[in-house]
Write a protein that binds this ligand. Structure first.
Ligand code: PLP
Length: 394
């Protein structure tokens, strides 16, 4: 197709793209240029929590676009205040003040700056298998050597990596110089890894004992995806800082980090800023997303549908020897296959059959559909995967 050539000519070669050109979306579906329909189990990678073009989000965006799209943070922005107030009704009790930015990586960078400013300490403990984004400090805290090492010179030498889900290792690593421990309550890019039950609470205790801050990166696991508004709430963990983005704007770019007033007030005017952060348009999209999610009780739905989905994936695991593991929480699910070749082939064959799925950590099929997914969509995908795995095993 012509667009593949033109894209090669004009776009940075940073993405390995599927040969698909989605041009329209509605709910669980997207259509490509030729009118072929796909059921979307990627959802913009855990972004489109309400599916595509939800009418309440679309309406809020177009109304706000007609009234006032952007104004500087030199002024008061009512939508930003309203969004922060709404967020304070769903975050753990420790999180009551918010800073708005545009992406997950920015939310992580801001969280690190806040931890530095508050603790006046210099090191950050991060986890193996982690992913926190592509800007300098965020990629510095990201485990995957291929993402981090080419940019070594741009990355501050402050990160101490420890194995995920290993409290003893964390206890040894967190010291007097540790400003923060950054952790994904459920690792996404790292292959959908759920820690043991006492892990996050244990990290919180270690941080409190040593005067470090616990940063939960809920960019992927937050906004209802795992069956609670934030995954850390499954274990009653009260982080010092939460970073979020992805689902927050229902498809419109917006990121955020939140903290307690005592910690957030370590910032004073000039300490941190973002031109676009929390502008009226982005905040209107997020307010509409949050209100609709609350009305539909989507975290609860994610829990219910996730349980069903995981059971059906586990059935596939019993039938197909190439399936090595099925794991995850709510609608953040992973199915690990025997090798990368099988995973890649599954993604392509699923697309041919009209399903968008994604593969992460080489050989883990990652399933992060909109939280409005229904049993019939899940059943259809399971049927397709059954045929795909059967064909690949032959
Ligand atoms: N943190 C986590 C846990 C993520 O999954 C991601 C993106 O996948 C990020 C941070 C970075 O977010 P963004 O791509 O919006 O910068």
């Amino acid at each position: 197709m012509k667009i593949f050539r033109t894209a090669g000519q004009y776009l940075a070669n940073t993405y390995r793209r599927q040969p698909i050109v989605p041009v329209r979306g509605r709910g669980m579906f997207v259509w490509d240029q030729r009118g072929k329909r796909y059921i979307d189990f990627v959802g913009g990678i855990a972004v489109c929590v309400l599916g595509h073009c939800h009418p309440e989000v679309t309406r809020a965006i177009s109304a706000q676009a007609r009234r006032l799209m952007h104004v500087s943070n030199l002024y008061y922005i009512p939508q930003q205040v309203e969004l922060a107030r709404l967020l304070s009704t769903i975050t753990p009790a420790s999180i009551r003040k918010f800073f708005f930015c545009n992406s997950g990586a920015e939310a992580i960078e801001g969280s690190f700056k806040l931890a530095y400013k508050h603790t006046k300490r210099k090191r950050i403990v991060a986890m193996r298998g982690s992913f926190h984004g592509r800007t300098s400090a965020a990629v510095g805290a990201t485990w995957t050597p291929r993402y981090r090492e080419p940019y070594g010179g741009l990355i501050p030498a402050v990160f101490d990596f420890v194995p995920y889900d290993d409290l003893d290792a964390a206890r040894r690593a967190v010291g007097d110089e540790t400003a923060a421990v950054v952790v994904e309550p459920v690792q996404g890019e790292g292959g959908v890894n759920v820690p043991s039950d006492g892990y996050l609470k244990g990290l919180q205790e270690i941080c409190e004992e040593r005067g470090a801050l616990l940063i939960c990166d809920e960019v992927q696991s937050g906004m209802g995806r795992t069956g609670r508004w934030f995954a850390c709430q499954h274990w009653n963990v009260e982080p010092h800082i939460i970073a979020m983005a992805k689902g927050l704007g229902g498809g419109f770019p917006i990121g955020c980090f939140g903290s307690s007033p005592g910690i957030m007030d370590s910032f004073s005017p000039g300490d941190h800023a973002s031109t676009f952060g929390g502008n009226p348009l982005a905040c209107s999209a997020a307010i509409a997303t949050l209100k609709t999610m609350k009305r539909l009780n989507l975290p609860r739905r994610a829990e219910r549908m996730g349980r069903y989905f995981k059971e059906r994936l586990a059935e596939l695991g019993e039938r197909h020897r190439v399936v090595k593991d099925v794991r995850g929480m709510g609608l953040l699910l992973g199915m690990e296959l025997e090798n990368e070749r099988l995973a890649e082939a599954s993604v392509s064959m699923a697309a041919e059959m009209g399903f968008l799925i994604n593969c992460t950590a080489g050989r883990v099929l990652r399933l992060v559909p909109p939280l409005i997914v229904e049993k019939t969509h899940i059943d259809n995908l399971i049927g397709a995967l059954d045929r795909i795995l059967g064909a690949l095993e032959r």
